[in-house]
Design a protein around this ligand. Sequence first.
Ligand SMILES: CC(C)(COP(=O)(O)OP(=O)(O)OC[C@H]1O[C@@H](n2cnc3c(N)ncnc32)[C@H](O)[C@@H]1OP(=O)(O)O)[C@@H](O)C(=O)NCCC(=O)NCCS
Length: 342
Amino acid sequence: MSAREGGWSIMTGIMDSILTKAAAARKTITLPEGEDCRVALAAAELSKRGLARPILVGDGARISRAAADCGADISGVTIEDPAISPDRERYMQTFYELRKHKGVTPDQARDIMGNPMYFGVMMVNEGKADGQVSGAAHSTADTVRPALQILKTAPGVLIVSSCFVIIVPDCQYGENGLFIYADSGLVIDPTAEQLAEIAITSANTLRTLFGVEPRVAMLSFSTKGSAKHNMVDKVARATEIAKSRAPGLALDGELQADAALVDWIAERKAPGSPVAGKANVLIFPDLQTGNIACKLTQRLAKAQAFGPILQGLRKPVNDLSRGCDVNDIVNVAAITAVQAAQ
Ligand SMILES: CC(C)(COP(=O)(O)OP(=O)(O)OC[C@H]1O[C@@H](n2cnc3c(N)ncnc32)[C@H](O)[C@@H]1OP(=O)(O)O)[C@@H](O)C(=O)NCCC(=O)NCCS
């Protein structure tokens, strides 16, 4: 894509490439909030367009009623009801083994496996599904906890984090308006080591989802020592750690946001930087800055934001905003399918 191209057609193009990859992968995705009309409609859409094999996890009668009420044709969609599933007892045992060191009893494990959010993640753990998407009717913490407790981190990964895919219309910055923002949804106050890992996993997410070479900016209110503070020191230290762990990655810091994005400012503030002026992965020092930046970009720049996309889990689980619409759910399910295909 040329930098002059812009606008909503690019957004469509970017998401289209994800949808095409998802359709080729045809992964099985659990959706444990099927009583929500938006989720039922999204399941119908995923199935009809062949983007995934959706499984609605929950009370079968209620899911069917909700689908009928909102006109969702879920005839091609599997429903898995934990209350009558022959797998529940086995899943209960697995969960008990995983959590007994935390004081979970067999009875508690049985109850927990009645919760579709946990049951769906256990299906992913057991290979009955490839990924889960939830959060249309639950908080981020409720979506993430089952994944942390059951799936845990991928080999070699210390921490699960999250990112948002941001697509800004008519924008010459980043990858023609495409960015990864991290962490904007999960890790509240990362250490320098954790921040370094967030940077490396976010770079991988950009590569995996879009086939784009990442240029990672470690953001701060300082550029290359222009300000002194222990908050700046954390970002500088994270930059050093990330560079030593991923020497081939284009990554630099600490950088202010304008130096990260704008080439003529980069030339003055960070000359010679391989990233300044052209960053497409923006790493924020903590969740306050990451989340605020994400919301501001959405509202002020009319950007589309997909996520939080969880990174670093052994198998993919992704979160939705409670304000999501059917299209958002379809898109996040497609992103999950592409993650699962890697
Ligand atoms: C996700 C979140 C709920 C985890 O909180 P928590 O209190 O640590 O949750 P739990 O204690 O139940 O953690 C469950 C397990 O996951 C582990 N864990 C927690 N965060 C983890 C992470 N980022 N990566 C890997 N493991 C993690 C815990 O150590 C714990 O392990 P254990 O029980 O086996 O010892 C918390 O980080 C959070 O609330 N983040 C903010 C989310 C939010 O509100 N976002 C809003 C913007 S969208």
